[in-house]
Design a protein around this ligand. Structure first.
Ligand code: ADP
Ligand code: ZN
Length: 833
């Protein structure tokens, strides 16, 4: 019988685990079977099976290289599947040892009759993934607990795998020697056919290299392709072809640079701070070994200018560079700024069409680009000889991919730099606590340089706090409306930011500022409007009744019946009182949307041109158009979500309003404070980018909240100091590591059972291996149902990543839990939703 042999569950990959294949077979060598003819390769499939399989490559399909895709029969039904070749030239006699990794294969080995299946085709002419990226893929598969095939699938863009925009073109050339042409032409009857041969001879098309494109030939002769076909077929029958047709794949060259605002290519003279920072970075680049520099510089301090200079230095050394930016910061302005400075540049981001993406990728792969600028996935750009990776706005949570493989672009960038002895520059005005901590504790690799001042030394904008207590039912406070009126009267522009998130409702008393908090944890409670299913009692698998929450009076008064407040950390839930438990005034739910803001503005400022921008409603071209109109003064007020907080430079913007600083503050997440500080300081950076005085309004119900107070004073250090105390006390990042296991299923009872079994299994492993891991849950996820799937979560905390890794390796190598539900593992999650 014929089987494919799963050989390793990918987390086992590391030099010591490879010895698995060096051991003798578990079952003894299969002496009855002759070594099969051909070559043995190992294949990883994109479909998500967490194992690799060995296959035979018949001589006629050899050679196959690592990184190439092949097509092969797979599974019981021999369905054809495409997979990546991940190892070649495996020795025949050690095959059986492979059976150690997976279930269900061992029995088939025992028959001694097993034969490897043979692949049916080689898909790619060249490997899509080189050795360096393959090593990176192994690391990602291992660290982020994701099947290797899925990682490889993510490394190569879909547009490349599909060959988007590629066309097969036919080329024609003569297959006879020049001296024979006259004789043969004499035998040809058709006039057009004769002309075709003449044309080819005149063009000297005697070789495949000098072949003429079919369409050009047809045009020159003035005929359809019928005479060409006749020529090919007729002379074949007589034993030799006179002309031959070859095929070439051509990719239409598609420019990917957006048209937009013109960027002047002016000479920049670095200021003292910039020069010092650059000297530092360049000396590290010249060490030709791995290192990380945190470029900690306020908005407008000239960081981008330094990236450009550092890249120029890298290119001078004959090396290449990647620049990563958050997707929404990839505006025309940024891309144009880089493309004005580098000729051999490629871009990779989601705003491109599939054929554009394919073109850009091939440009990089073929060595026609030295610089790649793009979003998260640019970290996988197939550049050879990488010397520098820049990650701008390194603190941005959008660098984390929220589908498998759930990798963090910044952390993968650091890893890639390490694997190829390159330097990595992380830039931010508000660095992540993780990176700050690395600078403290990993001094051998991490180094911090600072740019404390704005380039032009424009003063920071004035920050004004508005306590919304006095304007509780309004979206915009009077001081903000007045300021907006003045701004418009001066013909200046305003940006208003409202970060609406569906779950950002929180329960709050506008009068005494009491917020509902968890009894057990230092986090606020999140209001769940959805129908709520009780958590199973420990050890019980019985179906839980859905509690009907009637507005019954209790000792603390009447309760809202539309939902419950739940703690995301410990799962505790509370009824929500209608009245504030402290001052007996009515509680408020805060929930605003940018659409309502737009309407409000239109009513209050009927003469102003208003545009609303949010990442959902606006894609590529529209977004660029709005930005262009705004920069040309055709729009007075830009209102929208966080998309407006990033990297935009509009000198005429003198007013920035944060409609609700509280929406991100009350994310049910331990990073809420950090996000709030980042948001306020980033948005504030949009105001006063010229000699005109800028002003920032921060509307909040919590004017004394520390994150808001620190942001108001522009005191990042103070904020970090206080936040770290809290993180340390709670064993949270950057001190401990987190992993989040989310289980989902359409059937709630099944999900609860599976989640409970998962918890038990983890508890067993933790106990057996004495792992220092804190396990919480299962609890209902904050968003308890997505696309008809119920979701439950288990949260793991450990002091070192290696401990979590040990747990997941054991989990991966053991049978899956039954009942089977979908399990997603998120290592270093950026949020716990
Ligand atoms: P950041 O990336 O820190 O926000 P940028 O590099 O974008 O800062 O610089 C802000 C602005 O100042 C840009 O328009 C840039 O061209 C300009 N700039 C940067 N460095 C200098 C300099 N040394 N002299 C004059 N202008 C500069
Ligand atoms: Zn709690």
């Amino acid at each position: 019988m014929s089987v494919c042999v799963p050989v390793s569950v990918s987390p086992c990959y590391n030099p010591c685990n490879m010895s698995k294949y060096e051991q003798n077979s578990l079952f003894g060598e299969d002496k009855t079977d002759k070594a099969p003819a051909g070559h043995i390769i190992r294949v990883a499939f994109e479909s998500g099976v967490d194992a690799e399989f060995d296959y035979l490559v018949p001589d006629k399909l050899w050679p196959v290289a690592v990184g190439q895709r092949i097509e092969t029969p797979f599974g019981k039904n021999n369905k054809l599947e495409v997979g990546f070749c991940v190892a070649t030239q495996l020795p025949h006699q050690r095959l059986a040892a492979a059976g150690t990794a997976a279930q269900g294969v061992k029995a088939e080995h025992k028959t001694k009759k097993f034969k490897l299946k043979a692949i049916s085709a080689v898909v790619d002419k060249e490997p899509l993934v080189d050795a360096g990226l393959m090593e990176l893929a192994r690391w990602i598969s291992n660290y982020y607990v994701c099947p290797l095939g899925m990682v490889l699938g993510a490394i190569v863009p879909g547009a490349v795998k599909k060959g988007a925009g590629e066309k097969k073109q036919k080329y024609v050339y003569l297959a006879v020697a020049p001296e024979e042409i006259d004789k043969i032409t004499g035998q040809i009857k058709g006039e057009k056919q004769k002309q075709i041969v003449q044309q080819l001879r005149d063009a000297n098309a005697f070789e495949i290299e000098s072949a003429i494109e079919l369409n050009d030939l047809l045009e020159a002769v003035g005929c359809t392709d019928v005479p060409v076909k006749n020529l090919v077929e007729k002379f074949t029958r007589q034993g030799g072809q006179i002309i031959k047709i070859s095929q070439r794949t051509v990719l239409k060259s598609l420019p990917a640079m957006p048209e937009g605002m013109l960027i002047k290519r002016e000479k920049v003279v670095l200021n003292d701070d910039q020069r010092k920072a650059l000297t530092n970075i360049i000396s590290r680049i010249n060490e030709d070994r791995f290192g990380v520099t945190l470029l900690f510089g306020v908005t407008d301090s000239g960081k981008t200018e330094l990236y450009i200079k550092a890249i120029e230095e890298t290119i001078k050394k004959g090396k290449t560079a990647i620049v990563m930016l958050p997707e929404i910061a990839l505006t025309t302005q940024t891309i144009q700024r880089f493309s004005a400075r580098f000729d051999r540049i490629a871009v990779m981001h989601s705003g491109l069409t599939a054929p554009q993406r394919n073109t850009q990728w091939h440009k990089i792969k073929s060595g026609e680009a030295d610089v790649v600028i793009g979003a998260r996935s640019a970290v996988f750009a197939p550049l050879a000889n990488l010397g520098l990776i820049v990650v701008d706005e390194e603190h941005e949570p959008s660098y984390k991919q929220d589908t498998t493989p759930r990798y963090h672009g910044r952390d993968v960038a650091i890893k890639r730099a390490q694997l190829c002895n390159a330097h990595c520059v992380l830039g931010s005005a508000t660095p992540s606590l993780e990176t700050l901590q690395n600078c403290k504790t990993k001094r051998a690799f991490f180094n911090m340089v600072r740019l404390p001042k704005r380039v032009m030394d424009f003063p920071f904008p004035e920050m004004r706090l508005v306590d919304m207590k006095d304007f509780a039912s309004q979206l915009m406070s009077e001081p903000l409306i007045n300021q907006l009126t003045e701004t418009l009267a001066r013909n200046e522009q305003a940006i208003l930011l409202l970060n609406r998130r569906g779950y950002s409702n929180f329960i709050f008393c506008p009068s005494c500022k009491h917020i509902l908090r968890c009894r057990n944890c230092d986090v606020t409670l999140t209001f769940h409007k959805t129908e709520w299913h009780g958590l199973p009692a420990r050890g019980s698998t019985a179906k839980m009744a859905v509690p009907q929450i009637a507005p019954i009076p209790t000792i603390t008064g009447r309760h809202m019946h539309s939902g419950l407040a739940i703690c995301h950390y410990c799962g505790s839930q509370t009824l929500v009182p209608e009245k504030c438990p402290l001052c007996r005034k009515g509680l408020t739910m805060i929930g605003l949307g940018s659409q309502r803001l737009e309407e409000d503005l239109a009513r209050k400022f009927p003469n102003a041109k208003i545009a609303r921008v949010d990442s959902d409603s606006m894609k590529g071209a529209d977004y660029y158009r709005v930005l262009r109109d705004f920069s040309e003064g055709k729009i007075n007020i830009l209102a929208g979500t966080q998309i407006l907080a990033k990297g935009l430079h509009f000198p005429n913007v003198t007013l920035v309003g944060i409609i609700s600083a509280d929406t991100s503050l009350y994310l049910p997440d331990f990073r809420a404070n950090e996000r709030t500080f980042q948001l306020i300081s980033q948005v504030a950076g949009r105001a006063g980018r010229s000699a005109k005085k800028g002003i920032v309004f921060i509307q909040t119900f919590l004017p004394n909240q520390p994150a808001i107070q620190f942001a108001l004073k522009n005191d990042f250090e103070g904020f970090v100091k206080e936040e770290l105390i809290h993180r340390n006390a709670c064993n949270l990042p950057p001190f401990w590591r987190l992993a989040l296991i989310t289980l989902r299923d359409r059937t709630h009872e099944k999900l609860e059972l599976a989640a409970k079994l998962m918890r038990e299994k983890i508890d067993r492993i933790v106990a057996d291996q004495q792992l220092q891991i804190r396990v919480r849950g299962p609890i209902q996820a904050i968003i308890s149902r997505i696309q008809t799937f119920h979701r439950m979560q288990i949260i793991l905390q450990a002091p070192q990543p290696a401990i979590l890794h040990q747990l997941f390796t054991t989990l991966r190598n053991s049978p899956p839990i039954r009942p089977a539900v979908t399990v997603a593992i998120d290592i270093d999650p950026v949020d716990l939703l």
